[in-house]
Each structure stands twice: as structure tokens, then as C-alpha cells.
Design a protein around this ligand. Structure first.
Ligand code: ATP
Length: 242
């Protein structure tokens, strides 16, 4: 596999607290990869480290063959990696369209071009067209998640990182959001999803990594992995997952 994004012995700390202990992850172009693991396993930390939000060594994160570890977040986005952050972080008080325009303008300033336009996004999530003029905070959680995904896509990423995009949403909405992944990949982007729902993670991705206490405990093809393997990796040996 030729990796588009990879980490090599990735170590990350919050002050004196070490959150990642040598994490190796690879993502190929157009691939969907899940990061699973219990609360506190280090999944969000992994995404933050890739995005340049934590101090890491340059060679610990490679993108398109180049070291990018520790590169400031705005330059990471310029390189072609975008994140749908935990909690969405939308601009409240602004309309749906204005939230999305921020990303369009940002991509233009950065000189990033690609296949994602407002029209294409409206095809992917028609509700965003319907609610274009509506203040973003009046949308449902699922609709806000679509705005957050749209905002990241309009940065024209080659890798899209998604942090718990299903959290707190109804099953029907989760299905709608995950149904967008094939279209996003068809545009050539790789997708990394941090996902608490193991079943969803398995069905929506090509490969998955399980993390436990800052380490990768399982790397497997999503279609091949067994519940027993996931259970052992998730909780440590000897447990099963429901
Ligand atoms: P969750 O599903 O709860 O978000 P996670 O797998 O994403 O879990 P992280 O948020 O990456 O886990 O946290 C990994 C470890 O780092 C945890 O022990 C957490 O308490 C710690 N941690 C996370 N953020 C900080 C921070 N800002 N300062 C100090 N410690 C932190």
C-alpha cells in the first residue's frame, strides 16, 4: 500500500501526560479508515497531532511523502487535510451558507481547488440548500453535522478527518451522514473516522485501527476482523464486545 497519510512512532503529550505511545497508522488515497477505542484511548489526540494542534516531531507524520509533523494547523489544511472536529465548532449567529462561505474563502486564499462546490454539497446534503439562510444554531444536531462536514469538504481535502460524527445523533441521521462517505471517496479523498460505534466503523470502512491507552492494539481489514479480536483490542485481552 502506498500511504497518502501515515504516522510513524507518533508520540504526543499534554504537558507531563503522555497520551500517545508510538502510533503507526497508514491511510491510502481514497481509502476509508476507522479509529475505534474506548474513551480516553487517544483517538482525538491522534487527529489533533496530525492536524498540527500538538507538538510532534516532523517525521512522525508524513503526508504525500513529506514530513508534516508539527506543521501549524492552517498549513496542514493548505496541504490538503481537513477535520470535522468533535463538537462541530460552527460559527453560531451566522447562517448555514455563511458558515460554508468561510471555507470557500479560506480555500481560495490558500490556493486550494478541487471538485467540491456549494452546488455539489447541496446535492450531497440537500437540506443545506433548503436551510441556507437559516442561522446555523437553529438546525438539528444532524443538520449541523452536515454543515461541519460541508465546511471541511469545501477546503478541498485529500484527507478528511472526522471526529465522532455520529455522536448523539439518531440512527436515521447517522445513516444519512455515513451514506455520504462513498461520494466523498469518489471525489478521491481518503476518510479517517473516529467512531465509537464499532458496527458502524466496520461497515463503513476498508480498514480499522483499535487504540487502547495511547497505543494501536489492532490493525485489520474491517470486513475480516472478528468481534473477539475487537473485544481483546478494545479492552485488553480476555474481553468481548457486544
Ligand atoms: P474520547 O472518545 O473520550 O474523546 P479519545 O480516544 O478521543 O476518547 P483523547 O481525547 O485523545 O481520547 O484522550 C487521550 C488521553 O489524553 C486521555 O487520558 C485524556 O484524558 C487525555 N487528554 C485529552 N485532552 C487533554 C488535554 N487537553 N489535557 C490533558 N490531557 C488530555
Amino acid at each position: 500500500m502506498t500511504a497518502l497519510l501515515s504516522t510513524h512512532g507518533l508520540v504526543a503529550r499534554y504537558g507531563d501526560f503522555q497520551a500517545l505511545y508510538g502510533v503507526d497508522v497508514e491511510v491510502a488515497a481514497g481509502e476509508a479508515v476507522a479509529l475505534i477505542g474506548a474513551n480516553g484511548a487517544g483517538k482525538s489526540t491522534f487527529l489533533r497531532a496530525v492536524m498540527g494542534l500538538l507538538r510532534v516531531e516532523p517525521d512522525m507524520v508524513r503526508f504525500d511523502g513529506r514530513p508534516i509533523g508539527g506543521t501549524p494547523a492552517d498549513r496542514v489544511v493548505r496541504e490538503g487535510i481537513a477535520i470535522v472536529p468533535e463538537g462541530r465548532r460552527l460559527f453560531t449567529g451566522m447562517s448555514v451558507e455563511d458558515n460554508l462561505r468561510v471555507a470557500v474563502d479560506q480555500a481560495a486564499r490558500m490556493g486550494r481547488s478541487g471538485g467540491w462546490t456549494m452546488a455539489r454539497l447541496h446535492q450531497l446534503f440537500p437540506i443545506l440548500k433548503e436551510k441556507a439562510r437559516v442561522p446555523v444554531q437553529s438546525l438539528s444536531g444532524g443538520q449541523q453535522q452536515m454543515v461541519a462536514i460541508g465546511r471541511a469538504l469545501l477546503c478541498q481535502p485529500r484527507v478528511l478527518l472526522c471526529d465522532e460524527i455520529s455522536l448523539g445523533l439518531a440512527p436515521k441521521v447517522i445513516r444519512e451522514i455515513y451514506a455520504a462517505l462513498p461520494e466523498i471517496r469518489a471525489q478521491g479523498a481518503a476518510v479517517v473516522v473516529v467512531e465509537q460505534d464499532v458496527g458502524l466503523a466496520r461497515s463503513a470502512t476498508d480498514r480499522l485501527y483499535c487504540m487502547l491507552e495511547g497505543r494501536v492494539t489492532l490493525a485489520a481489514r474491517s470486513a475480516d476482523v472478528t468481534r473477539e479480536q475487537i473485544g481483546a483490542a478494545y479492552f485488553g485481552a480476555g474481553h468481548a464486545v457486544a
